[in-house]
Design a protein around this ligand. Structure first.
Ligand code: NAD
Length: 508
């Protein structure tokens, strides 16, 4: 819980533009073509940073550096050495001044409020420490094959160069979900952050320097979509770990198919947040708030399809509106602010468009629906927390990812109907069920087709628990020890233990 009284006063440290180069092979370099692009501060709507625009040739340089670092040592580093490197990284990430620096950069780049960005930044080191332990415990198995004089076992080994392509909504955390298991397994990595919010990942590269990782093990190339495409299709990449939209995920998979590069995809969602009439309504309304409005609703796991049982529909709506009215939108550096701006202009326009369509399709706007009334910068990308009632499953607002602070309430009568609406989506990322009925809990967990089911809670994630989507929400998992399968290649070893050295399979 954030203790607002004792939190540090933080501000934008830049008078002019922040400037960043690419981080390749342990050096800060300009893009080969010399191009740059800018990042906008969503709170003000003004440019705050200029970063190098990496293109295919810079991606190639980074992949080459990562390959060299892999072959010249990292691949052969012992588990203890890899774990020590991750712990050093964790130690730097745990320093208060580093937490504050990364939180401030992510705030300036994404428009999230300081409460949110510092909360995330305080967790970064825990991913490193966890995967340090995972590196030390990576092991294969011995297999009792049905043959005499034969000893068979498996050994997990690294894959080579990993490409991490990340979105703008939570740049550092989603990058760490890839970097930590990649390094734990002995891979090197090239990271391409989103062109919309590239700065915090470039700032993170300074942490890599401070942690003293060997040069070339971690590389960061900022750039536009073409840089991502160049990375996904690069023949020197052994695995692509992608987080982003479903459409881009398909492009990544197509590009990777050309080289038979392994892929894991964390994609979009349209998660049902289902409230039964036996639920604790106070808790459930909290769950709608955090599921729909945390991070301004810019979450892949947003529970923007709120399914409410008929008999409590009006009671939930009333409580929700009361809570939404109290959400404080304000200066992101103010510790009391609960919601900031959307991350970029295009997203801001897109969300306003979805709100307009919802109204034209007959959903009832209950609160919000446009820019907030309070005095904020007129060029900022702020949208008031918005609630729609009388939403039906066929409306765009119930089908398309919104990625903004908008909750739509649908009505259901029976458990069967709730299940049918919940699964009526191409996505399958997350879901939540609010009920005090144990049998119903188990039935719903089994029936909902999604990678995560939260019961009487929302938005919990941990380094220790696997996270991933099904259907159009993705392929593979992140987090937990389970993810290591996605960053290792398993070798099966057969040893003939016959003393005479005869081949056990010789027929004569
Ligand atoms: P996006 O797909 O537009 O971009 C993601 C990244 O892919 C960016 O770095 C971009 O430059 C790069 N890219 C674009 N075109 C590419 C191509 N052809 N080949 C390779 N890379 C390419 O996504 P976004 O708008 O940045 O992020 C929002 C989306 O991400 C939402 O759909 C959201 O649900 C999803 N998301 C999913 C998760 C998850 O864990 N499932 C988490 C966060 C966000």
């Amino acid at each position: 819980m954030t203790d607002l009284m004792h939190e540090p006063a933080l501000t934008n440290p830049y008078d002019g533009l922040a400037r960043y180069q690419l981080y390749i092979d342990g050096c800060w370099v300009d893009a080969k073509a010399g191009n740059t692009f800018t990042s906008t501060n969503p709170t003000t709507g003004h440019v705050w940073a200029e970063v190098a625009e990496g293109q295919a040739e810079d991606i190639d340089a980074a992949v080459t550096a990562a390959r060299r670092a892999y072959e010249n040592g990292w691949r052969d580093a012992s588990a203890a050495e890899r774990a020590a490197a991750l712990r050093r990284l964790g130690d730097v990430l745990a320093r208060p001044e580093v937490i504050e620096r990364l939180a401030v950069h992510e705030l300036l780049d994404t428009g999230k409020v300081i409460r949110e960005t510092i909360g995330l930044a305080r967790a970064f080191s825990t991913w490193c420490y966890y995967y340090a332990g995972v590196a030390e415990n990576l092991r294969g198995s011995t297999i009792p094959v049905p043959m005499e004089h034969t000893f068979t076992y498996t050994v997990p080994g690294p894959m080579g160069v990993v490409a991490a392509i990340t979105p703008w909504n939570s740049p550092i955390l989603l990058m760490l979900w890839k970097l930590c298991p990649a390094l734990a397994a002995g891979n090197t990595i090239v990271i391409k952050p989103s062109e919309v919010a590239p700065v915090s990942t470039l700032e993170f590269a300074k942490v890599i320097e401070q942690a003293g990782l060997p040069r070339g093990v971690v590389n960061v190339v900022s750039g536009q979509r073409d840089a991502g495409a160049a990375l996904a299709s690069h023949p020197g990449v052994d695995k692509v770990a992608f987080t982003g939209s479903t459409d881009t995920g398909k492009s990544v998979m197509r590009a990777a198919a050309e080289n038979l590069t392994r892929v894991s995809l964390e994609l979009g969602g349209k998660s049902p947040n289902i409230i039964f009439d036996d639920a604790d309504l106070e808790l459930a309304v909290n769950g709608i708030i955090s599921g729909s409005f945390a991070a301004g609703g810019q979450m892949c796991t947003a529970g923007s399809r709120v399914l409410v049982q008929d008999s409590i529909y009006d009671a939930v709506l009333d409580r929700l509106v009361e809570r939404v009215r109290a959400i404080k939108i304000g200066d992101p550096f103010d510790w009391a602010s609960e919601m900031g701006a959307l991350t970029w202009g295009k997203q801001f326009e897109a969300v306003l468009g979805r709100i307009e369509t919802a109204q034209s399709e007959g959903a009832r706007l209950v609160i919000g629906g446009g820019r907030p009334e309070m005095a904020l910068n007129p060029d900022g990308f702020h949208i008031a927390p918005t609630v729609f009632a009388d939403v039906s499953s066929s409306m765009e607002i119930a089908r398309e990812e919104i990625f903004g602070p908008v909750a739509g309430l649908l009505r259901f009568k029976t458990e069967e109907e709730a299940i049918s609406i919940a699964n009526d989506t191409p996505y399958g990322l997350a879901s939540a069920v609010w009920t005090t009925n144990l049998g119903r809990t188990h039935r719903m967990v089994r029936a909902i087709r999604a990678g995560t089911v939260w019961v009487n809670c929302y938005r919990r994630v941990s380094y220790a628990a696997p996270f991933g989507g099904v259907k159009a929400s993705g392929l593979g998992h992140e987090n937990g020890v389970e993810v290591m399968r996605e960053y290792t290649e398993e070798k099966t070893v057969w040893i003939d233990t016959n003393r005479e050295g005869r081949d056990a399979f010789k027929l004569a």
